[in-house]
Ligand binder design. Structure first.
Ligand code: F6P
Length: 522
């Protein structure tokens, strides 16, 4: 069963089944309609398997599904996160919401001023550790939305780093993360940033407690926590109880979702790395997209267009995955970031009013860097049996002295999209093993340069794509109840792994695995 409003789209899908992408690409008017620029990014949808007639149907569906109504509700501070009765206001963090309520505007402005002052004191060295030395190493402890954005941007914007500080990210409860970070650090010159909106996430709590122990064992001075621990959280009391003084705590708010929070104090490592001017450029790039998203209608609206094509690929053409193929090693963490942003947002099976839905939502989003993927999974992409879509992300400007390398990188990126679209038909008989089917849709995004403004725009485009897809699928993109069960099941198992007695109240598979681990850990 599917939504009757989708019927015309299925008809277009059937109609286009016998039209190769190469034929569609002969229509230059169509191609121009599918090529756009925004915030320093070229976004070329021309290798998507659509024609102008289909686009019009997708535009109609977008309007009728309430994409623009949901957008307007977000920007007017309505509680669109229905299951948690919360507003969703990450655009406000980059001043993207005009007329924001004064209380929220004030909270953002005060916090940003405090944050910029903190960053300046750390970058210029006026912030001193417990023995009077300046900070040299920053250890960011957080997971999910409290980790992925900061690490992605510190890596992606390494060319803009103008501070002496060194950054270390600790996310997993696997002690390998923490021990690798601490291995060569001097507690006197190390600052820990504990980021957790709930201040209750197991991984972050355990990592932060171990970091605090590491610090206290080496300094022996609990008062020194004030010079070496910063807290970023919505739960100020819990952070104070951990030992972080109030003046070191920067608030998060329940109207900002974790996976949308890098624009807040969560982005502190980015601000420390690239400084206030470039961080402002990051915010400005995202704000440009906010304005565009709010003020543009129909399929000139790029996030809405990106969502409509994602819906078309997945629900109509049957593409079961979306590959994010980044042709720049500085973007190596972009697939991880987008996995949380898209899959934690739209991996849902009930509609916004809690009714089970009977149509598929959110494909698997995965990815990696090119050209490496060409020597790993591109064989499947070219000759496998899976239907998939791809986003290519590459950088236009040559930003280091190896221009030839960069030219080969981009030549391969463009060629891979061409091969996926056009395929190859062998001429000789007995050559079927060389056939490449083609017909795989892709979008190519070319950043003018890998700069803060372009990154701000890129990430905001994906954020608003998430909201638009949520409206198309009539689901709540802003809660994540599905992560609770696993967390709760782990607690009794943790206790049973400590134990040597027969694990009770477990299904057979779980019980057998616990017993094995009890045995091998001796
Ligand atoms: O994955 C579940 C989740 O709640 C994410 O939504 C969130 O970004 C992450 O865990 C970390 O949560 P917190 O910032 O509360 O530690």
């Amino acid at each position: 069963m599917t939504n009757p409003a989708w019927t015309p789209l299925f008809a277009h899908g059937t109609r286009l089944e016998t039209t190769p992408l190469g034929v569609l690409l002969k229509d230059e008017q169509r191609n121009q309609r599918l090529r756009h620029s925004l915030g320093g990014c070229l976004i070329d949808f021309s290798r998507q398997h659509v024609d102008l007639e289909t686009l019009q149907s997708l535009a109609k569906l977008t309007r009728e599904s309430g994409v623009y109504a949901l957008r307007d509700a977000l920007f007017s501070e309505q509680n669109i996160n229905l299951s948690e009765d919360r507003a969703v206001l990450h655009p406000a963090l980059r001043d993207g919401i005009e007329g924001l309520s004064s209380e929220r505007a004030e909270a953002i402005a005060v916090t940003r001023d405090r944050l910029y002052a903190l960053a300046e004191s750390l970058r210029c060295g006026s912030w001193r550790g417990c023995t009077g030395k300046a900070i040299e190493d920053v250890v960011h402890i957080g997971i999910g939305g409290s980790h992925l954005g900061p690490e992605l941007l510190v890596r992606a914007l390494e060319g803009y780093q103008d501070s002496h500080l060194r950054f270390h990210f600790v996310a997993n409860i696997d002690a390998g993360d923490l021990s690798a970070a601490l291995r060569h650090l001097n507690p006197e010159t190390t600052l820990f940033i504990v980021v957790s909106k709930s201040f209750g996430t197991l991984e972050t709590q355990v990592n932060a407690a171990s970091a605090r122990s590491w610090f206290l064992e080496r300094t022996g001075d609990v008062n020194a926590l004030a010079q070496h621990f910063i807290g970023i959280t919505a739960k100020v009391d819990a952070a104070q109880e951990f030992g972080i003084p109030q003046q070191n705590i920067y608030p998060l708010w329940d109207w900002v979702g974790g996976r949308f929070s890098l624009w807040s104090a969560v982005g502190l490592p980015v601000l420390l790395a690239i400084g206030p001017d470039h961080f402002d450029a990051l915010l400005r790039g995202a704000r440009t997209v906010d304005r565009h998203f709010l003020q543009t209608s129909d399929l000139d609206n790029l996030p809405a267009l990106k969502a409509a094509l994602a819906f078309w690929n997945f629900n109509i053409l049957g593409c079961t995955s979306l590959a994010i193929l980044c042709y720049d090693e500085r973007l190596a963490l972009l697939p991880d970031y987008l996995q949380q942003l898209e899959m934690e947002s739209n991996g849902k099976s009930v509609d916004r009013h809690g009714n089970l839905i009977d149509y598929p939502t959110m494909p698997i989003l995965w990815g990696g860097t090119g050209c490496n993927g060409q020597h790993a999974y591109h064989q499947l992409l070219h000759q496998g049996t899976s239907a998939y879509a791809a986003d290519f992300v590459l950088v236009g400007a040559d930003e280091h002295q190896y221009a030839e390398h960069h030219r080969w990188l981009n030549a391969n990126a463009i060629a891979q999209g061409q091969a996926m679209a056009m395929g190859f038909v062998p001429q000789g008989s007995g050559e079927e093993h060389r056939r490449v089917s083609g017909g795989h849709p892709s979008t190519t995004i070319i950043l003018d340069q890998l700069g803060p403004q372009e990154m701000g725009a890129l990430l905001a485009i994906y954020e608003h794509k998430v909201l638009s897809l949520g409206a198309l699928w009539d689901i709540n993109s802003f809660d994540q109840w599905g992560v609770e069960l696993g967390k709760n099941l782990a607690r009794p198992i943790f206790a049973q792994l400590e134990d040597v007695t027969e694990p009770d109240n477990q299904d057979q598979a779980t019980g057998a695995l616990i017993k094995h681990l009890q045995k091998v850990r001796q």
